[in-house]
Design a protein around this ligand. Structure first.
Ligand code: AKG
Ligand code: FE2
Length: 708
């Protein structure tokens, strides 16, 4: 693997290779060394036992977070000997032979140990002048075997810094007016927090002014704690200027990460910073990023929100997926955070009348409702146990267990499997099972019960249980588009239930459209028929008439449209049940993309034989599909973008346009020949445009059906 250190040590370097040229550095270079410096926090005052000193320090931390997003910590209790040892160990890791380091090269984001250069060489347009070692050190500790003693040093260092981070997080929580252990409890930080050790090495550069060590970025986690060797290089963005950070010896530099910005609902901002390099000496910085457990969905703290004045500004996202998002894009300012920002104009408080009761009372009423719900579940379970109809009571019990009132977590896969098993044996059992789910769905006004019923139905559709799926497709016998009959569902007992009601209406429509598509295609999207390899499918599609393919595309695009009609309250994905629902829907979407793509490719090949009507239909379907793109990318912010498909759609649209224009010209020619004597028409007026309309129709009476 190439790396900057190797480049320097090769001895052949006289000037910087052009792929390291960082253009923005020169333009954006407004360094202000005389300005104020970042605040200093005396950590010992936080833990001294004096409430007054603690209070003052918490205020100072709050101010630093608010104004700077950065502070320096002194008297932190991490011994200098350990810090020095960590620095020496870091240096000796990079001094290992390339062969020893290569074991950790070319690794993926969640591989335990990664040695590399720049940020992500697969996506970086410009290379950065840094090499790195990244190790996931908590909750699972990892370490390279070499150099000798390295593992022990980083284990001790990371443990001490983690303890420091936990104490600082408590102070930050208090400064936000939250309980000090709020974050620890909400995210199981004591045991499961995620800690990433990042050792940055910036070798001296012959032209330091044209390269960048690390470009302006914000950190992904909650908090980053950084130490550096004797060389300055970190710049922090403050009041429109870059401020060089020159921390007091023995101190740590601490900064707020994107997840603290999310959690504090934007009160504490993650701040841009960058690392520049110098021409004389190697700079090393050791950063530890402290974040929530990887599978925790982080959204704004509930206690910081109110419906009237402080709506959520970010939607929830799993930390793991946020990391993936950052890794798969160029490191570029705060662009990742933009993906999870909620458009303030979209939040429900605009449409929801202010609740007539206080937030506190509402909270208590909600508790009471949940308690009532749990009692109801218990009573229903007892009733089914006492029932004499053994068969149906068995089914109903399985359904009750999968769709409880008590929690907003999705039913476990065991519970879902139990429902499927209960209805899977025979046609009458399948029929009883579907009816029992529908009874439960239509008999409740509780949002979570309804969402869980729909989630159970979705699992029936996606799992391989033909008889249940089939029974679902014929429910109820009168069919129709709104057969789940939830278009009027509203639970207005509190604002969250109100917002969730919109998700229920949306989810029901998505499921209805899923079944509609199955009818049109003749197989379920997630069935084994659908999972056939592309070759088999291409053959099947090849045998279809173009008119049938167009009907199928129309239904598939209709499905995409329903998905893209997702409610605006995207932040509700912080709720685990909603999150899981979106995950399942994204699986559907992935399958639809494949189905659409295969059909578009086939029609693309048949393009010249398609009629004008057919071309117009295809163009209109592709346009509708494209219109959904933006909304879908907001909903599936962290999933694969499938650029290949969008490219195919763009190309096909262009081809349709060209084919249509060619046909129009042919048409005009026919007319000209027909009316040769009068020569009253020219060839120019006909043009078909990419928005699917004809230009010049006012001048020509066009009968498209005459030309096929
Ligand atoms: O090297 C530095 O000072 C900054 C490092 C940094 O920002 C990072 O690792 O995220
Ligand atoms: Fe950083």
């Amino acid at each position: 693997m190439f790396c900057v250190k190797g480049l320097i040590e090769s001895g052949r370097l006289t000037s910087v290779p052009s792929r390291y040229f960082f253009e923005k550095y020169l333009k954006d270079d407004c360094i202000n060394s005389e300005a104020e410096t970042i605040p200093i926090i005396d950590f010992s005052m936080l833990t001294s036992g004096s409430p007054e000193q603690r209070y003052k320090t918490i205020q100072a931390i709050g101010n630093a977070c608010l104004k700077w997003g950065f502070f320096e910590v002194i008297n932190h209790g991490v011994p200098n000997t350990l810090r020095d040892e960590m620095m020496r160990a870091s240096e000796s890791f990079f001094d290992l032979s390339d062969e020893q380091k290569r074991e950790y090269a070319g690794k993926k984001l969640f591989d335990p140990i990664r040695w590399g250069t720049s940020f992500n060489v697969n996506v970086d347009k410009t290379l950065f002048w840094r090499d790195y070692l990244k190790i996931h050190v908590h909750p699972q500790f990892n370490a390279p075997q070499n150099p000798l003693g390295f593992s022990e040093t980083i284990q001790e260092y990371c443990k001490r810094v983690r303890e420091l981070a936990n104490e600082l997080l408590k102070g930050i929580m208090e400064s936000l007016g939250l309980e000090e252990s709020y974050i620890q409890k909400a995210m199981d930080l004591e045991t499961d927090s995620h800690q990433l050790l990042v050792v940055n090495l910036y070798p001296p550069c012959p032209q330091p002014e044209v390269v960048m060590g690390l470009p302006p970025h914000s950190d992904h986690g909650l908090l980053t704690i950084l130490m550096q060797n004797d060389h300055v290089g970190l710049h922090v963005r403050h009041d429109g200027k870059w401020i060089p950070v020159n921390p007091p010896p023995g101190s740590f530099v601490v900064n707020i990460g994107d997840h603290m910005e999310i959690l504090s609902n934007g009160k504490y901002k993650s701040v841009l910073h960058r690392a520049v390099v110098n021409g004389k000496a190697t700079r090393i910085s050791v950063a530890t990023a402290h974040g929530p457990p990887l599978d925790t969905v982080v959204g704004p703290a509930q206690d910081l929100l109110d419906n009237e004045n402080r709506p959520p500004l970010y939607r929830g996202i799993k930390y793991r997926e946020y990391l993936q998002l950052q890794q798969s894009n160029q490191l570029n300012g705060k662009s990742c955070l933009d993906h999870v920002k909620v458009n303030i104009n979209d939040t429900y408080h605009k449409i929801l009348p202010s609740p007539p009761i206080s937030v506190e009372l509402m909270g208590r009423l909600k508790q009471l409702r949940i308690f009532n719900g749990v009692l109801k579940d218990k009573a229903s379970l007892i009733k089914t146990t006492l029932s004499t109809k053994r068969q149906t009571s068995f089914i109903r019990r399985a359904i009750l267990r999968a769709t409880t009132h008590s929690s907003s977590s999705p039913p476990s896969s065991n519970r879902i499997d139990a429902v499927i098993a209960s209805g899977n044996g025979s046609r009458p059992r399948a029929c009883a099972c579907i009816h029992a789910i529908m009874d439960r769905l239509h008999g409740t006004r509780d949002t979570f019960v309804a969402l869980k019923c729909l989630y159970t139905i979705h699992n029936i559709i996606t799992k391989d249980s033909f008889i249940l799926k089939d029974q679902l497709s014929i429910f109820p016998t009168f069919g129709g588009r709104n057969f789940l009959n939830l278009s009027e569902f509203h639970d207005d007992s509190d604002p969250e239930s109100w917002e969730l009601s919109a998700w229920i209406r949306w989810y029901a429509t998505v499921l209805e459209q899923n079944l509609t598509v199955s009818r049109v295609l003749g197989y379920h999207l997630s069935s084994s028929d659908s999972k056939k390899n592309d070759k088999d499918k291409e053959e099947k599609i090849f045998a279809l008439l173009s008119s049938d393919l167009l009907i199928e595309i129309d239904a598939l695009v209709g499905f995409v449209q329903e998905i893209s009609n997702v409610p605006n309250s995207l932040h509700l994905q912080r709720n685990n049940l909603v999150y899981e629902i979106v995950r399942l829907v994204s699986e559907d979407y992935r399958l639809i993309q494949r189905e659409i793509s295969l059909r578009v490719v086939e029609l693309d090949e048949r393009m010249t034989s398609l009629s004008v009507d057919q071309l117009t239909l295809l163009m209109s379907a592709l346009k509708k599909f494209e219109d959904c793109k933006e909304r879908l990318s907001l909903l599936f912010v962290n999933r694969k973008k499938n650029d290949g498909l969008w490219h195919l759609i763009g190309e096909t649209k262009m081809k349709i346009e060209t084919t249509m224009n060619k046909k129009a010209e042919e048409m005009a020619l026919v007319r000209i020949i027909k009316r040769d004597e009068t020569r009253e028409w020219g060839r120019q007026p006909f043009r078909f445009t990419s928005d699917g309309s004809w230009l010049g129709l006012d001048r020509v009476s066009l009968t498209v059906s005459t030309v096929r």
